[in-house]
Design a binder for this molecule. Structure first.
Ligand code: PMV
Length: 324
């Protein structure tokens, strides 16, 4: 069940979590503005079993050196003995598509199952704590989306309340939005970037004199976009994506390769913008209906790595059999 607890299961435990795609509100969400994201049907799978010593993908140094693994063990594994963890993923890394959030959520869920089961809201809070602990900055948008599955808003309008995530400076309200049932295309530019650096530079930008007005614009555009998604209003969604991209450009997180992909997508796109932290990373496109294949061809010709995606209904969950 999408919003049910993760049940108890003795080791070995395998869990998997989807990636995520932010449609509206990245960066501004860090400062309390609304965000809309959906879980992607690309997954990370984490298998946990007792080991002779702690290791991740057979690397024993990871328990000290891999920030997410180290933080998850410190916060979520209380003295149950060393673990051998294996992680496999179809989510491109450093692409703004949630690979680190999916790793955190799948590992937290597996550790929770091995320690007597865990409520979904607790997985969402713990996954955020792990990601924030490892990354130093950020919102719970990514982790909460991959834990919940489907479409969610953070600090925005929605259909039902899911949970509240507590942060050191603010809390975030998470709500479910009904999936309008559309097909999307995401495309990785191939340009790697560090989320933390992009978040810190936008935070600086929002401290300038026009910062509060810009943040208000981000909030207004995201709210209009969320209302449009809830009304299945494609033209409204496309317009809000376009305005959101202009704001992201203004705060300096677009990139020439991102702009080239947006140009390449334009003839087959209703709406398009960068998704995630930007400064490289990926774009999300709402294709003209039926034009997905042509759109993918254009994006690939422009040098990107495109995927046709639909939202994953299920958030993080245990898998009884490892999925190859
Ligand atoms: O690019 P990603 O997947 O790391 O997404 C980051 C989204 C931000 O809003 C820029 C940061 C955050 O923590 O919400």
């Amino acid at each position: 069940m999408t919003n049910g607890p993760v049940p108890p299961q003795p080791l070995p435990v395998v869990a998997r979590a989807p990636g995520k795609c932010i449609v509206f509100g990245e960066h501004a969400v860090v400062h309390g503005a609304p965000e809309l994201a959906f879980a992607l049907d690309l997954h990370t799978q984490v298998a946990v079993r007792p080991g002779a010593s702690f290791s991740l993908n057979a690397d024993p140094r990871a328990a000290e050196e891999h920030p997410y693994f180290r933080t998850a063990l410190a916060l979520r594994w209380s003295g149950g003995g060393p673990l051998e963890v294996r992680s496999t993923s179809r989510i491109p890394r450093g692409a703004g598509l949630g690979s680190s959030a999916a790793f955190c959520a799948a590992l937290v869920a597996a550790l929770g199952a091995a320690q007597g089961g865990v409520e979904r809201s607790a997985i969402a809070q713990a996954s955020y704590d792990v990601e924030k602990g490892a990354q130093g900055v950020g919102s719970p948008g990514d982790t909460t989306t991959v834990v919940a599955g489907g479409f969610v808003t953070v600090n925005g309008p929605g259909d039902t309340a899911l949970w509240t995530i507590r942060g050191s400076e603010r809390d975030w309200e998470v709500r479910r939005v009904v999936d309008p049932g559309w097909t999307w295309v995401v495309c990785h530019s191939g340009i790697p970037r560090a989320t933390g650096d992009a978040v810190r530079s936008v935070t600086q930008r929002l401290r300038s004199p026009d910062g509060p007005a810009l943040l208000a614009d981000f909030a207004r555009v995201a709210t209009e976009g969320i209302h449009a998604v809830r009304a299945s209003d494609r033209a409204g969604v496309a317009a809000a994506m376009h305005r959101n991209q202009e704001l992201l450009r203004t705060v300096g997180v677009s990139h020439p390769r991102i702009e080239a992909l947006l140009d390449a997508a334009a003839p087959e796109a209703e709406g398009a913008k960068l998704t995630g932290a930007g400064a490289g990373g990926s774009v999300v496109v709402l294709p003209k209906p039926g034009q997905e294949t042509d759109l993918v061809r254009r994006l690939a010709r422009a040098g990107g790595l495109p995927f046709v995606v639909v939202p994953a209904v299920e958030g993080v969950q245990l898998v009884s059999e490892p999925v190859p």
